[in-house]
Design a protein around this ligand. Structure first.
Ligand SMILES: [Zn+2]
Length: 294
């Protein structure tokens, strides 16, 4: 049972707000150059999701409802921030055009102030506020790919884009919540040791932990890796994850929550292996430098 924590929710909301605003601004900047329909919103969502996963791990947050609140908030803020960024860009663009125009018509202003004023009125008016900028898109249309959307279609495109961002972010975040979590010390499990295994090692481990692995030696191209996980409070003996390739080339996964005895056995195996490595090191050293050892 994962407990709800107010302080974690608060930190999470602050973090999602900051991250979503930053991703939205970045999306607005990149979108000014290149903005493929649908794909762009999905990419923005993936980036947002990836950053939220980092936040979830940093805060050791596993409460599903809290995560969902932050996720939805992030999706909305990110889309809003992107629109805000686009509005700022449009404003800067207008100021540049105006400065350009003023530079070109400087001589004209000296000749006839009234004529210059009349010409200036021909320039499109800049959006005076964010709301006006959005309203102008509804009125004048919003270019999306090869189309120019107008009226309600603009609303639909905004909602759909926000939904795509949220969907992609959720698609990145949700599967990572399956990672083992310790509800006693309220922390995600961390990898404390990992490495590759030789066929002989896997055979030894298979016997020790009763892993359903068949003839690992018979695999022509042998690949096996282990990962030892432990929570921050070291409440248990840890979890052991194994991945190996069977003789048919398929990857097999196996995970166990270790008991104290199994963990001790594992530590013994590693101690023996490191002792052997040390002794072989010293043997080879003495073989290389016979004068020094005698
Ligand atoms: Zn723990």
């Amino acid at each position: 049972m994962i407990r709800f924590r107010w302080e974690k929710l608060l930190l999470w909301v602050v973090l999602t707000t900051v991250v979503a605003m930053a991703v939205g601004q970045l999306a607005a900047w990149v979108g000014g150059y290149l903005r493929p329909v649908v794909v762009f919103a999905l990419l923005v969502g993936c980036l947002l999701g990836g950053m939220l996963v980092v936040g979830i791990r940093l805060l050791d947050l596993a409460h599903r409802s809290s995560i969902l609140v932050g996720l939805v908030l992030a999706g909305v803020i990110c889309t809003g921030s992107e629109h805000w960024g686009a509005y700022r860009q449009a404003k800067r663009e207008y100021e540049r055009t105006l400065a350009d125009w003023q530079a070109k018509t400087q001589g004209l202003v000296a000749l006839s102030h009234q004529f210059a004023q009349a010409l200036q009125q021909q320039l499109p008016r800049p959006p005076s506020s964010f709301a006006e900028y959005l309203a102008s898109q509804l009125e004048r249309g919003r270019p999306i790919g090869p189309w120019l959307l107008k009226g309600n279609w603009v609303w639909i495109s905004w909602v759909l884009e926000a939904a795509l961002v949220l969907l992609a972010a959720g698609g990145v975040v949700w599967p990572t919540l399956r990672w083992p979590y310790c509800s006693s010390c309220e922390s995600w499990y961390r990898t404390i040791r990992q490495g590759r295994l030789l066929p002989a090692d896997l055979a030894q481990w298979a016997e020790l932990f009763q892993i359903p692995v068949f003839h690992p030696e018979s695999a022509r191209r042998f690949r096996a890796q282990f990962r030892l996980l432990q929570c921050l409070g070291q409440c248990s003996a840890g979890r052991l994850q194994l991945v190996w390739e069977n003789p048919h080339g398929q990857l097999q996964r196996w995970e166990v929550k270790l008991d104290t005895l199994q963990r001790e056995k594992l530590n013994t195996i590693w101690e023996e292996a490191s002792d052997q490595a040390h002794s072989s090191d010293s043997t080879s050293a003495s073989a290389c430098f016979p004068n020094r050892s005698s």
